[in-house]
Design a protein around this ligand. Structure first.
Ligand SMILES: Cc1cc2nc3c(=O)[nH]c(=O)nc-3n(C[C@H](O)[C@H](O)[C@H](O)COP(=O)(O)OP(=O)(O)OC[C@H]3O[C@@H](n4cnc5c(N)ncnc54)[C@H](O)[C@@H]3O)c2cc1C
Length: 491
């Protein structure tokens, strides 16, 4: 039985939840109000600050909003899509529509929380409320805490608590009662074009990602057919081993409940696929983990999670930083990864770790510069995950990679791209190098280089640093700050 609605009308404010299926705020709104208006703001505060006018994220969001608007119209509703500052526009729209409340799904990023607090205050001045809902995460804020009631800062106990707490209700779809509840506002038409927003149509073709909830459904269906192989395939960048759902999870064209539900059901129902599905669920739990870290420790946006690491004296100069950004470090796996990022807006997870580690621990560049570069380029950029993973790699974060563990970029290459398929794809100038030479061209014999048409320093750079020397410098840099309990075990 559905109780009588408590509100005459409310406004659902879409943000990073661009779908109508399994949407917590929309579901609650259609159950608690007689009439539901919908809005997505092309927020000038976000868009105007973006440095690139051909940003792929804007193209992804725009295409996804076009689909959302169509879906809402098909269900009898409408979508307001102003191009304005959301801080001012949402209270103004709420007033124009005469709604009693605004419903939105929670965001954990400090800027978004500050924006929502401002909107809440403006709404309150007109006796309206902002109701927020958990939707991005399976568990959020203080739902999982240690026995002492503190937020977790170590992943494994967090994961164990997450799995212990999980019940069918946590993954149940938040269904909406769309028919008869959605307001078909006439004034809502007129979705701005990308050009109208001040952006060029960035190509999503090379990303392998189709925007919108329909794109997410197709990607999920595709991944469901290979989830069994995830655990074994996910570390090899030349394989199609991971889900490629990150942009969809970022912008909410698929819900986390649907994704985690797929993993959970597969684990229960299909013993042959349980390991793959379990490994994938683990990654989704990492995503929740970083949300709660950012929520409880917003200072990580600018600072090391462990304050002593804010004192690291970085040695990397502009030349090294540019070489990394432009894929010219002379280490093929790193350069291929950076080329993939530049051309597609996505980078394989193993390579994100290798490239990030190389910047910080081989080139001696502050992790924050690398983090910002990823933030600018990644289609799936998510502050919580990006910051958490950069700090993990740089050993400055909670539950991070120990500072004395340093990826060897050649060993990683030999292990995860053994036949050099990934490198050859992104660095065609090295394609003819045989065998192991592709992983470290500077070690190749001159005749092999000549036969492959590679002139080092001309067709492909010499290494920006010697890994062993850089490693020793990094160990000294971190050791200078270390506390006794962090020291590596002696033989
Ligand atoms: C330095 C660095 C920066 C990163 N920056 C981001 C980022 O900005 N946005 C982002 O979504 N992921 C980030 N990741 C995590 C991970 O690399 C990507 O989520 C993954 O590569 C996306 O591809 P996929 O969807 O095929 O992943 P899958 O392997 O299929 O994983 C499924 C989903 O789980 C989540 N996930 C996977 N790994 C992680 C992780 N380590 N931490 C948090 N969530 C995870 C993502 O939502 C992903 O879509 C980063 C990792 C590193 C090492």
């Amino acid at each position: 039985m559905i109780p009588d609605p408590e509100f005459e009308s409310v406004l659902v404010w879409f943000r990073r939840d661009l779908r109508i299926d399994d949407h917590a705020a929309l579901s609650a709104a259609t159950r608690r109000a007689r009439r539901v208006h919908c809005a997505f703001v092309f927020d000038r505060d976000i868009l105007d600050a973006l440095p690139d006018r051909d940003d792929r994220r804007v193209a992804f969001v725009h295409a996804s909003v076009v689909e959302l608007e169509r879906e809402l119209r098909r269900a009898g509703g409408a979508l307001h899509t102003p191009h304005a500052s959301a801080r001012a526009e949402i209270p103004a729209l709420a007033a124009r529509l005469g709604v009693q409340a605004v419903f939105a799904n929670r965001d954990y990023e400090p800027c978004a929380r500050e924006r929502d607090a401002e909107v809440e205050r403006a709404l309150a001045r007109d006796s309206r409320a902002l109701h927020s809902f958990k939707d991005q995460a399976v568990f959020d804020r203080d739902e999982l805490t240690t026995a002492q009631g503190r937020p977790y800062s170590v992943y494994t106990p967090y994961r164990n608590a997450w799995l212990r707490r999980l019940s069918p209700e946590d993954l149940a779809p938040r269904a909406a009662l769309l028919r008869g509840r959605l307001a078909s506002d006439q004034g809502a038409a007129g979705l701005p074009t990308l050009a109208g927003l001040g952006f060029a149509q960035a190509s999503l073709a090379g990303t392998g990602v189709t925007p919108g909830a329909s794109g997410a459904r197709a990607a999920l269906d595709d991944f469901a057919s290979r989830i069994d192989a995830y655990r074994d395939a996910r570390d090899f960048p030349a394989l199609d081993g991971s889900s490629r759902l990150s942009a969809h999870l970022r912008f909410g064209t698929v819900s986390i409940r649907v994704a985690a539900g797929l993993a959970w059901r597969t684990m229960q129902a299909d013993p042959a696929a349980a390991e793959g599905a379990g490994a994938w669920l683990d990654e989704l739990i990492w995503r929740d983990f970083w949300f709660q870290i950012l929520h409880h420790h917003p200072r990580v946006v600018e600072h090391a999670f462990r304050p002593e690491y804010d004192r690291i004296r970085w040695s990397g100069d502009d030349a090294r930083w540019l070489a990394w950004r432009e894929g010219r470090t002379g280490y093929p796996l790193v350069d291929a990864a950076m080329t993939q990022l530049e051309r597609t807006g996505w980078m394989h997870n193993r390579l994100r770790m290798v490239a990030a580690s190389f910047l910080v621990k081989d080139l001696g560049v502050d992790w924050r510069l690398g983090e910002r570069h990823f933030a600018r380029k990644l289609l799936d950029f998510d502050l919580a995950a990006n910051n958490g993973n950069w700090q993990w790699t740089a050993s400055t974060g909670c539950d991070a990679q120990p500072w004395f563990r340093i990826f060897n970029p050649v060993t990683q290459s030999l292990k995860f791209d053994a036949d050099g398929r990934f490198i050859r794809r992104w660095l065609p100038q090295l394609a003819k190098l045989p065998g192991r030479a592709i992983h470290a061209p500077w070690r190749a014999a001159p005749p092999a280089l000549a036969a492959a048409g590679v002139r080092l320093g001309v067709d492909y750079p010499l290494p920006a640093v010697d890994h062993e020397t850089a490693r020793a410098e990094t160990l000294a840099r971190y050791a200078a700050l270390r506390r006794p309990r962090d020291a590596p075990a002696t033989k």
